[in-house]
Design a protein around this ligand. Structure first.
Ligand SMILES: C[S@@+](CC[C@H](N)C(=O)[O-])C[C@H]1O[C@@H](n2cnc3c(N)ncnc32)[C@H](O)[C@@H]1O
Length: 185
């Protein structure tokens, strides 16, 4: 079974230094708009969730889902400090149940960043996330290369495509493989 990221690593992942090679403001601004519903799965302490909440405005929201309570507690503190908590909903899930059935086809943008490789059953997780995305909505996935092999990421991409998505864009550097996919049906 895959292991979930320890909470102490969550603090490192929320560091502003990370923006030097993975800047959420730059990444999200091309597909997150005012009024959208964003779902950040495996949100940890909100390195992507908080910038997403700034982009959705007061008419949008960000549903932040994680299987570790301390991650959500810290995210809440950070979001309050940043003045965006009113745009954020936190949800505790289990590793095999996303607890997002109520969001079926309601999500404009799903994010799964540095987390698919932690799932014990990635295909099951991807299916649950895919169900929440509305037709025409997008799914952004990024995985850390080195930690995750290229064939593993390509398998993730194939599984998302099998769930009704087409690839809009992929980006590969020595550190990261990211992909943006659109739900076609
Ligand atoms: C490496 S961290 C990445 C966090 C965040 N997306 C980021 O990029 O900063 C992975 C996060 O996914 C969560 N996670 C792992 N497996 C999960 C699952 N099956 N469902 C929900 N969250 C999960 C972990 O608790 C952890 O907070």
């Amino acid at each position: 079974m895959s292991q979930v990221c320890p909470v102490w690593v969550g603090y490192l992942l929320a560091s502003p230094v990370r923006k030097l090679f993975q800047n959420p403001d730059v990444i999200l601004k091309s597909f997150v708009r005012d009024g959208m519903t964003v779902m950040d799965v495996g949100c940890a302490m909100g390195f992507f969730s908080l910038p997403a909440a700034r982009l959705t405005g007061d008419s949008g929201k960000v549903v932040c889902i994680d299987c570790q309570e301390p991650m959500l507690t810290r995210l809440t503190k950070r979001a309050k400090k940043a003045g965006v908590m009113h745009r954020i909903e936190t949800r505790m899930c289990t590793t095999d149940n996303l607890r997002a059935d109520d969001l079926s086809t309601k999500v404009d943008v799903a994010l799964a960043i540095a987390m698919v490789h932690e799932a014990s059953n990635p295909a099951h997780l991807i299916k649950q996330i895919s169900n929440t995305v509305k037709p025409g909505g997008v799914f952004y996935v990024a995985e850390p290369l080195g930690h995750v092999s290229l064939p593993q990421v390509e398998e993730t991409r194939a599984t998302i495509e099998q769930n009704g998505f087409e690839v809009l864009e992929t980006q590969k550097s020595h550190r990261l493989y990211s992909m943006l996919l659109k739900k076609t049906a």
